[in-house]
Ligand binder design. Structure first.
Ligand SMILES: [Zn+2]
Length: 237
């Protein structure tokens, strides 16, 4: 029996991974893949009324509930919201997870973000690939590099985001919404940004561009672009 393939999504704050890539995760889970959501912080400072310690507990529970609903596993790293450093420590933490779970596909934030934690997540993840791939670094798990790396579309990361790969998510979109409604943030109970309106609209816009009712768009890392666009199986993961 062949090894089960894995998709990993690394987000800055609990909810980012699910909101930007939950539909893509569902497509892969349906196809028999293992899925792992990595949250570098809980996003515990994002509530205007609830103290961070209290909101952290809520976000932790919501993260586990959303992961269950997506059929994914959830890993929460211990960094603080708004204070995510760009450091070798963070990069090794991500690299060790890549070595442990051995994802074929890795999705994270695009660097063109209005949020510093999102930008720092992008930098940390891209640097972590070096530590994950290089076999001469001896760690608990052997070296591993994902075959495909993508940036997902996120309302907070719109600066020069280019839609390059489209994934038809029409058949999983309702289940995706149901899963991310586990978060009060997405339900509109924390801040006034209309999350559901934006992500519904984005899926229709990208769907129109791709010729299907609903799609998500992904962007390719600069250095991997030429190799990836030549892969004929790009749309049939
Ligand atoms: Zn975020």
């Amino acid at each position: 029996m062949s090894e089960q393939k894995c998709i990993m999504v690394v987000g800055a704050h609990a909810a980012d991974a699910e909101i930007m890539a939950g539909a893509a995760v569902l497509k892969h889970v349906e196809a028999g893949w293992r899925a792992v959501l990595v949250h570098l912080t809980l996003g515990e400072k994002g509530h205007p009324r609830m103290p961070p310690e209290e909101y952290a507990k809520v976000k932790r529970e919501e993260a586990h509930a959303a992961a269950r609903a997506l059929g994914a596993e959830c890993v929460i790293l211990p960094y603080l919201d708004g204070e995510l450093p760009v450091s070798e420590e963070v990069q090794w933490a991500i690299a060790d997870l890549i070595r442990q779970y051995r994802p074929t596909v890795l999705i994270t934030h695009w660097k063109g973000s209005i949020h510093r934690d999102h930008r720092n997540t992008n930098l940390n993840v891209m640097e972590s690939l070096f530590f994950a791939r290089l076999g001469t670094f001896k760690r608990a798990h052997p070296a591993h590099g994902p075959t495909k790396v993508y940036y997902a579309e996120n309302w907070e990361d719109p600066i020069e985001f280019k839609p390059e790969i489209y994934l038809d998510v029409t058949d999983v979109f309702d289940r995706y919404l149901e899963a991310i409604r586990c978060y009060a943030l997405f339900r509109g109970e924390v801040v006034s940004f209309p999350y559901e309106q934006w992500y519904r609209g984005a899926s229709e816009l990208r769907g129109a561009e791709a010729g299907v009712p609903r799609a998500v768009a992904l962007m390719l890392p600069e250095g991997l672009r030429r190799r990836s666009v030549n892969l004929l199986d790009e749309l049939s993961w």
